[in-house]
Design a protein around this ligand. Structure first.
Ligand SMILES: Nc1ncnc2c1ncn2[C@@H]1O[C@H](COP(=O)(O)OP(=O)(O)OP(=O)(O)O)[C@@H](O)[C@H]1O
Length: 317
């Protein structure tokens, strides 16, 4: 195992931000940590990188227990923080050089690696510019160049695609895949389930400081493969129909948000007729109806009873 977290705990006053978290990451994989805002993802990463002090538990990295002053170990980790951490009054090249020096690179090797990191992040031709002239997406890519200049064995990325243009986003996702092909192990956090589903070899779903499920995307989806989700847009809002719907045998969950009714049912239960009757009884009509394929969102909904999107910011890439 490249990284093992054992019963990791972090408290902020009386709030348990990370609650006895267990996670194992194998060498060469992209592990996705998926969870809504406030689930404890950043706090977990901060404990690994030493930015936050753990209250209890063990962090084992490259086979050794991590201590706050493990300089040698930290030299093999790269961190792409959620908040862009570059110096506005240094050029892009100077920024990457600064981080390279921080990790002990010097001379021609430093120059070579800086060039490589900038090229890798698609910033060749813009290296003499100051980041304040950059778009949000370019700044994020520079943030990544700074984190990979020393060619870390483990790269930790905290929501690297939040709030950026689609072009930079696909560039970043492609870079992550390339890094994996070159042998880098990646811990990737996001609350964008499609992104994690697409990119990661394995996924850990996090909520309220705990890992509530982990596995490959297929494994997670097969946990609830006996279910399907029906999304209905109603003509009229009537919250009373939710309780009635929940009483139908075969209905596992039902939520109404505005006019959008989500019903999680046992697969092939043939309930659409009965669902439609209940809606009619509550003086509403079906405006549209869609039976959805299982997504990680469904997994999250089934395990927590709440929606991943809406328990986060609701924004999408
Ligand atoms: N320095 C702090 N002091 C007090 N509470 C904190 C602190 N940092 C985080 N928290 C709380 O701990 C919980 C977990 O926060 P954390 O930032 O780790 O979540 P997250 O999953 O990374 O969310 P986001 O995607 O918004 O970063 C939240 O309830 C947050 O308010």
């Amino acid at each position: 195992m490249l990284l093992e977290l054992e019963s990791l705990v972090k408290r902020y006053q009386d709030h348990l931000a990370v609650d006895h978290l267990n996670l194992k990451i194998k060498e060469g994989e992209i592990m996705g940590l998926l969870g809504p805002n406030g689930a404890g993802k950043t706090t977990t990463l901060n404990m690994i990188t030493g930015l936050a002090k753990k209250d209890a538990g063990i962090i084992r990295i490259f086979g050794e227990e991590l201590h706050l002053n493990s300089r040698e170990v930290k030299g093999k980790i790269g961190v792409v923080p959620q908040e862009i951490a570059v110096f506005d009054d240094l050029t892009a090249e100077e920024n990457v050089t600064f981080f390279g020096k921080l990790y002990g690179l010097r001379g021609s090797l430093l120059r070579e690696r800086v060039k490589e990191a900038l090229a890798f992040s698609g910033l060749t031709g813009h290296e003499k510019q100051f980041p304040k002239k950059y778009s949000g997406g370019m700044k994020r890519r520079l943030n990544i160049a700074c984190a990979i200049v020393h060619q870390p064995r483990l790269l930790i990325m905290d929501e690297p695609t939040v709030g950026i243009d689609p072009q930079s986003r696909s560039h970043i996702l492609e870079s992550v895949r390339t890094l994996q092909q070159k042998g880098t192990t990646i811990l990737y956090t996001s609350h964008y389930m499609e992104e994690v589903d697409d990119l990661c070899s394995r996924i850990a779903i996090m909520d309220q400081g705990r890992i509530i499920a982990q596995g490959t995307s297929e494994e997670l989806k097969s946990m609830i493969s006996s279910e399907e989700r029906i999304d209905i847009i109603l003509s009229e809002i009537n919250y009373s129909l939710v309780d009635e719907m929940k009483r139908l045998p075969g209905v596992l969950e039902c939520h109404l948000e505005g006019k959008k009714l989500t019903v999680l049912v046992q697969k092939d239960s043939g309930l659409i007729g009965k669902i439609s009757q209940i809606i009619g009884r509550f003086d509403s009509e079906i405006r549209s109806l869609q039976v959805e394929k299982i997504t990680l969102e469904n997994v999250f909904l089934t395990l927590t009873g709440k929606s991943l999107r809406d328990s986060g910011t609701g924004e999408q890439p």
